[in-house]
Design a protein around this ligand. Structure first.
Ligand SMILES: [Fe+2]
Length: 257
């Protein structure tokens, strides 16, 4: 997930020109107007995937990344920033806070869709890597065995959820805080398990824009390609280790002084 504050870019309300020549007189004027406008607004930047756009080929093409990340993800970021210009109450939130706050207990504010889609896509890009696939490791594998019976069972459940999702949405492996177990969940449109306070471990984008260019409507082929060649289990394993800091999955182990 990374620090989402890395994702925030601060701009003065009155933009400076960094790219074109500005005369000394104009610079003085800009400086004066900059001093007069002390208000600063937080904008969110478009994070780049942790690999080049052609790195996931042939399982996810450069063209898909150009359209999916370069157009759709970018549009969510730009749409969110435009909305935030008009809403002082949302100033200064981390992206996690923004998603939870704008979900507004099930009555989403207008900013929710863009905020959640920015969060979801950042998380999705970081759920894949070139040469992915294979198996989860360490504690994550043990917990999958415990909660699903086996990795094969988990994979079947994840695939079934992806293929039975109606319309656009996401499939997730989450750690449920209250139940203290892993679960597969699916969400519609922009909804993310963050809003129910569950901890996402892995996600798969099941919007048509994620697979149509490479797989047309063969969703099963897309899900299998993700599982066999793209999923980055190391990232999921690290997320699980972090999640365990907040959810006690065993007997308390209190150190004795
Ligand atoms: Fe997407």
């Amino acid at each position: 997930m990374g620090s989402l504050w890395n994702n925030v870019v601060l701009h003065p309300l009155r933009p400076h020109s960094h790219t074109s020549f500005t005369s000394p007189m104009k610079q003085q004027k800009l400086l004066r107007s900059s001093r007069n406008s002390s208000k600063v607004i937080a904008y969110y930047g478009l994070k780049t995937p942790p690999y080049s756009l052609d790195a996931l080929e042939p399982f996810m093409s450069r063209r898909t990344l150009e359209v999916h990340w370069g157009r759709h993800h970018r549009a969510y970021v730009e749409g969110l920033n435009k909305q935030l210009e008009k809403n002082d109450i949302l100033y200064g939130c981390t992206m996690d806070e923004l998603v939870k706050f704008t979900y507004n207990n099930g009555n989403p504010l207008p900013e929710f869709n863009n905020a959640a889609q920015v969060w979801n896509h950042d998380f999705f890009w970081e759920s894949m890597q070139p040469g992915g696939g294979d198996m989860p490791k360490l504690g994550l594998l043990q917990q999958i065995d415990k909660d699903f019976g086996s990795f094969t069972n988990f994979r079947e459940k994840f695939t079934e959820a992806a293929l039975s999702l109606f319309g656009s949405g996401w499939v997730w492996l989450v750690l449920k805080r209250k139940e203290k177990c892993l679960a597969v969940v699916k969400t519609s449109n922009a909804v993310t398990p963050l809003v129910w306070d569950d901890i996402p471990i892995l996600s798969l984008d099941m919007w048509e824009h994620a697979y149509y260019l490479d797989y047309q409507n063969d969703k099963a082929k897309y899900v299998n390609a993700f599982m066999d060649n793209l999923v980055w289990w190391d990232a999921a394993t690290i997320r699980m280790v972090r999640a365990e800091a907040f959810v006690n999955l065993g007997e308390p182990n209190i150190p004795v002084a």
